[in-house]
Design a protein around this ligand. Structure first.
Ligand SMILES: Nc1ncnc2c1ncn2[C@@H]1O[C@H](COP(=O)(O)OP(=O)(O)OP(=O)(O)O)[C@@H](O)[C@H]1O
Ligand SMILES: [Mg+2]
Length: 601
């Protein structure tokens, strides 16, 4: 899981808050759906038109201009569906605009309530109307029944009375004017009066007929009343109010949207400025990063260079330690050679005498006989004989040969030391060549001869078929010298046990060699062990160790793609094992990933 610190959380929080505000502002300014608004307007207009037509129909019915009342009930289904549509569209349009919705919905409810009343009135009107229609239709049959029961001769007065009632009632139902009701009432009164003088059965029929005619008139009046109520229901006003409120709120919406737009513009501008500032800071920190990176690269290069110098100076310091010993090393064969030459000088006098005598003797022998002085010849012969005996008797020649051989040996020793010195201090840090490990060990031992003196015994357990390796010989020699020097330092001279350094070599797998340098010194304590490869870490007194030996050795082996391992036991001794590839690996890709292996037995 990625761990985020407080600062990152804060940034995230602020970023989210800014984005949320932006989203809110965008939402506030999101476009008003004008088509939807237009549809609402058109619905309102349609409703108003239908309502107006309806009112006209009601009026026409009321005034009797309409032959029937059907047109009054006909627009009802259309109005209901339009009303439903209006309500759903209104809800959709004003959703999210709380205040406007709250102001519009009551008006809508008011309209609906009025519409409800209207519908109820119309329902009542319809049922009343159907009763009226049935009664009206039955009225002529009722009249016929009265007349059918009537005796001939009595017929004329009654017929005309019944006809008058029938006609007046039908005229009234056809054109329901208030004045006609009085006529119907009058005709009915006449009929009833006439009925009193009629036989009972006929009178009963007349009464039925009259009641029927009255029912027609009553229903007609009730219908009128309902129509009046319908006419005064203020549905049109409610629609107007609704339309006005829609328009008002729409206007407000547009104004507030415009205001929010300005806020959005200001906010976006502020955000842009902030973003610009962040971008500028980003660029600045990127530049700084690049600069720091450059500086780091430079100091890394410098560090590498100084490390090379350090290696060299460590080499020189190790060399410095060796100088005294080397001087001694050279001094011994030098004194030897000098002594030899002094002895040779002493030996040269009799030989030179012999040579001089033999020259004189030879010259005398070359003279003609008459010129020879016998006494002188004898003296010369005597001297020559004496010199010859002296030279051969003292085995001068044998000694001279021996002395010369010794002198040459001494000089060879000196030149070998000088050669080793030259090899050792060579600056060929990266020069790779074929290297015989055993020869390297031997030349290191030679250099360390003074250090080893005769107190440390060197044991060799060397593999006879060890292949040569490709490496920088002087560097590897330096590693050997560092480890051997440490081993000697770990064996104080005053202790009873003799010091032993064992050099062991072997092949390691197909492509490596192993070189072990084992001592029976003090061993490395557990608390020291993890630090021995650290630069400048030393347990030695000031002036005796720089603490760089092992760190440099580690670096050298690492650069050769090898490993350096330590196995130690305090009080028993230490083994340093060096593993080196036969061919150098790619630089910077050490096999051991850079860590020395520390093994404490
Ligand atoms: N063979 C060993 N036996 C015991 N201790 C050792 C041995 N080799 C190294 N050490 C310990 O490791 C330390 C670090 O060794 P290193 O060679 O790096 O520095 P140094 O020998 O102290 O100084 P320099 O080698 O630079 O003169 C030594 O001071 C010593 O304490
Ligand atoms: Mg050392």
């Amino acid at each position: 899981m990625i761990m985020m610190n407080k600062r990152t959380w804060m940034h995230l929080l602020v970023g989210t808050a800014l984005a949320v505000v932006l989203a809110l502002l965008v939402n506030k300014t999101s476009d008003v759906n004008h088509a939807e608004y237009g549809e609402i307007g058109s619905l309102l207009r349609q409703l108003k038109q239908i309502d107006a037509e309806w009112n006209v129909d009601v009026l026409r019915s009321k005034t009797g201009l309409n032959a029937s009342y059907d047109p009054v009930a006909s627009p009802l289904p259309v109005i209901e569906s339009l009303d439903e549509l209006l309500r759903s569209k209104t809800n959709l349009f004003w959703r999210g605009h709380g205040d406007s919705g709250e102001r519009i919905v009551p008006l809508l409810d008011n309209y609906r309530q009025l519409m409800g009343s209207k519908v109820e009135l119309i329902d009542r009107f319809k049922s009343q109307h159907s009763i009226l229609r049935n009664s009206t239709r039955y009225l002529p049959s009722a009249a016929a029944e009265v007349l059918a029961a009537w005796q001939a001769g009595e017929r004329d007065g009654l017929v005309s009375a019944v006809d008058r009632v029938l006609v007046d009632t039908l005229v009234y139902t056809d054109t329901p004017e208030a004045g006609l009701v009085a006529r119907v009432d009058e005709s009915l009164a006449q009929l009833r009066k006439l009925a009193k003088s009629l036989p009972a059965e006929t009178a009963e029929r007349v009464a039925g007929f009259s009641a029927h005619a009255e029912t027609v008139v009553r229903q007609q009046q009730l219908g009128d009343k309902l129509l009046k109520q319908l006419a005064v229901l203020p549905t049109a006003r409610a629609l107007d109010e609704l339309a006005d409120m829609h328009a008002l709120e729409h206007e407000k919406l547009l104004v507030s949207q415009q205001t929010w737009r300005w806020v959005l513009v200001a906010y976006s501008a502020a955000l842009l400025v902030a973003l610009g500032w962040f971008a500028w800071r980003l660029v600045a920190s990127y530049r700084m990063l690049a600069r720091v990176n450059q500086e780091l690269t430079r100091s890394h290069a410098e560090l590498k260079e100084s490390q090379v110098h350090l290696v060299q100076s460590e080499k020189m310091s190790a060399l410095g330690q060796m100088v005294a010993g080397i001087a001694h090393e050279i001094n011994t064969p030098l004194a030897y050679v000098k002594g030899t030459f002094e002895v040779l000088r002493e030996q040269v006098a009799p030989v030179a005498q012999l040579a001089a005598n033999s020259v004189q003797f030879a010259q005398m022998l070359h003279l003609p006989n008459e010129q020879r002085d016998r006494a002188q010849l004898q003296t010369l012969a005597h001297q020559f004989d004496k010199s010859t005996r002296e030279v051969s008797g003292s085995r001068v020649m044998d000694e001279m040969g021996q002395l010369l051989a010794d002198g040459i040996h001494g000089i060879e020793q000196i030149s070998e030391i000088v050669m080793n010195l030259k090899n050792f201090s060579r600056l060929d840090r990266a020069k790779v060549s074929e290297f015989a490990v055993h020869e390297g060990l031997e030349s290191t031992l030679l250099l360390a001869r003074n250090l080893l003196k005769n107190t440390v015994e060197i044991r060799r357990e060397l593999a006879f078929d060890l292949p040569k390796i490709q490496c920088s010989p002087s560097q590897i020699n330096q590693v050997f010298l560092n480890i051997i020097t440490n081993a000697v330092h770990a064996m104080p001279a005053e202790r009873a046990e003799p010091g032993v350094i064992t050099l062991r070599t072997a092949r390691e797998g197909d492509d490596m060699v192993r070189i072990e340098i084992q001592d029976n010194g003090s061993g490395i304590p557990a608390n020291v062990l993890p630090k021995i490869f650290d630069p400048f870490y030393t347990t030695k007194p000031i002036g005796k160790g720089t603490g760089m030996g092992l760190s440099i050795s580690f670096k050298i082996i690492q650069e050769h793609g090898g490993k350096i391992l330590v196995d130690t036991e305090p009080g028993v001794g230490t083994v340093f094992s060096i593993l080196l590839p036969l061919r150098p690996r790619e630089p910077g890709k050490p096999d051991n990933a850079g860590e020395p292996a520390l093994l404490a037995a």
